[in-house]
Design a protein around this ligand. Structure first.
Ligand code: FES
Ligand code: FES
Length: 153
């Protein structure tokens, strides 16, 4: 099986895997980085969102073979000691219910706020619309993104 060299959260990892293995499974099963979650497996729920070169990306759809030489960031590497403004806002608003979707929600929010530092409500809703929360914590997510934006400005 081929070996892939991946740069994840600033560290290099060598992983032996089939070329079509989704990066999500490499993170979870090969590297024990289980913060990134499996929801639908077909790119529709956002639970598996990570950053590839700073862009929010569905790791369930990304074959490991295409992730080489890219900067991969997972929820574990979003910040040291969970001090990213998005994480702080999430804690202050107390967003999670069951928590399952929340890593993906925060990764989407962090990538979005890098592109749009001062979003209005409709831009926030739009940006976060690809992340499903079966506990329907959408109001708190929206408030937390607003709070994170104010912390970052
Ligand atoms: S698990 Fe990747 S989008 Fe649902
Ligand atoms: S907090 Fe339960 S799925 Fe979102």
């Amino acid at each position: 099986m081929p070996v892939y060299n991946l740069k994840i959260n600033g560290q290099s990892h060598s992983v032996e895997a089939d070329k079509d293995t989704p990066l999500l499974w490499v993170l979870r099963d090969h590297l024990d980085m289980v913060g990134t979650k499996y929801g639908c497996g077909v790119g529709q729920c956002g639970a598996c969102t990570i950053h590839i070169d700073g862009t929010a990306t569905r790791s369930c759809l990304l074959p490991v073979s295409t992730a080489q030489d890219m900067e991969i960031t997972t929820i574990e590497g979003l910040s040291e000691d969970t001090i990213h403004p998005v994480q702080e806002a999430w804690k202050e608003i107390d967003v999670p219910q069951c928590g399952y979707c929340q890593a993906g929600q925060m990764m989407s929010a962090a990538a979005f706020l890098k592109e749009n530092a001062n979003p209005n409500k409709s831009e926030i809703r739009d940006a976060m619309s690809g992340n499903i929360c079966r506990c329907a914590s959408y109001n708190r997510i929206e408030k937390a993104v607003e709070l994170a934006a104010s912390k970052m400005s």
